[in-house]
Write a protein that binds this ligand. Structure first.
Ligand SMILES: NC(=O)c1ccc[n+]([C@@H]2O[C@H](COP(=O)([O-])OP(=O)(O)OC[C@H]3O[C@@H](n4cnc5c(N)ncnc54)[C@H](OP(=O)(O)O)[C@@H]3O)[C@@H](O)[C@H]2O)c1
Length: 327
């Protein structure tokens, strides 16, 4: 194996152009770790936030003056190349995928991950490109749907239904949890939303979805823009609102407290979580066809700056995949 590998590196926060592809040392797996030859990864909103370090409070986790993680990338799909001491659950040559926010490093030809971490076997028949975007949007979506207590037969409205989180949420709510989903998106994406399992679609460019006559058990704002107050009238008594964002004035953080004290509708706050069991569940759902990550565009690693520019538009549909081929 060569001593160096190609990786997308940034040593300061800023626009997509702070990232460049260069040679860096190949990492070495330690106890309980795997060295994965990365075949595909993604550029997602999490990478975008860590790279730009915007909004400012991101500095508390991404680094106060310079990036803690100089190689980003939190989703990966590839082949296990070597295993560190003590690894018995994963074998060399196994095809794996997973999620590594915090450690990052997937925007590179090789990546070290914990064998007991957020990693699972890629289901047979799924390519690296299909598997790589399987975890980021889906774990946010599943955390929110579970926190809001979505149950079989519930009426669920998903706003922002074709982003990474929204497109996963529509599928997981409809096909995994058995809810009746109404998807809110723009005109060009109505058919996509239906194909993901939405029973009803609302075009937010043609009508104000908050004036909808239907009432819902759960409203999930997967885009992170309309705050609880605008959506509250859509909820049935006992209904729950959850959002992927804090709201324009961070009010979605306050509403869970307020609605605990007054009224018969609740805003809930979901803290995203992911573990190996969740990655395995997502693998099973991908194998059964209940969940398939939506892939919008694919870029080679050498063109990752263009991928970042596209993600920064806020208009990607589902996921942006980066293909990584070893030199
Ligand atoms: N909590 C966290 O740590 C965390 C992590 C990742 C992301 N997030 C947040 O979660 C939100 C969604 O993330 P994501 O990765 O799913 O985003 P994304 O993939 O970038 O979302 C893109 C989608 O947003 C839709 N959209 C654009 N403008 C819209 C508008 N004004 N109203 C409704 N939909 C609009 C577009 O579809 P249409 O054209 O059909 O509307 C597009 O398909 C973002 O606010 C992001 O910052 C939070």
């Amino acid at each position: 194996m060569p001593a160096t590998m190609r990786a997308a590196v940034h040593t300061r926060f800023g626009p997509p152009e702070v990232v460049s592809v260069r040679d860096v040392p190949v990492p070495t797996p330690g106890d309980g770790e795997l060295l994965v030859a990365v075949h595909a990864t993604t550029v997602n909103r999490t990478d975008h936030h860590y790279r730009s370090c915007s909004p400012f409070p991101m500095r508390a986790i991404a680094g106060w003056t310079r990036p803690k993680s100089t190689v980003l990338g939190n989703e990966f799909a590839g082949i296990v190349e070597t295993v560190g001491p003590g690894v018995q659950t994963v074998a060399v040559d196994e095809r794996v995928f997973g999620y590594c926010e915090g450690r990052f490093g997937a925007h590179a030809e090789h990546l070290v991950v914990r064998a007991a971490g957020n990693v699972a076997a890629i289901p047979d028949g799924l390519s690296f490109t299909e598997a790589a975007p399987g975890t980021e949007g889906a774990h946010y979506a599943l955390t929110h749907l579970e926190r809001a207590g979505v149950a079989k037969g519930d009426a669920v409205l998903v706003y922002g239904a074709t982003g990474a989180i929204g497109s996963a949420a529509v599928q997981l709510a409809a096909r995994h949890l058995g809810a009746a989903v109404t998807a809110v998106c723009a005109t060009p994406h109505l058919e996509l939303a239906r194909s993901l399992g939405a029973e009803r679609v609302i075009d937010y460019t043609a009508e104000d979805f908050t004036r909808d006559d239907a009432r819902y058990d759960v409203v999930f704002d997967a885009h992170g823009s309309p705050a609880y107050r605008r959506c509250a009238r859509l909820l049935r008594p006992g209904g729950r609102f959850t959002s992927a964002g804090a709201g324009p004035y961070a009010q979605n953080l306050l509403w869970p407290v307020v609605t605990r004290l007054v009224g018969d509708k609740r805003a809930v706050f979901a803290t995203p979580r992911i573990d190996q069991a969740m990655v395995r569940l997502l693998a099973d759902l991908m194998a059964s066809g209940a969940y398939r990550p939506v892939v919008d565009r694919t870029y080679p690693l050498e063109e990752i700056v263009a991928a970042y520019r596209y993600v920064a538009t806020g208009q990607k549909v589902g996921n942006v995949v980066i293909t990584v081929t070893e030199r």
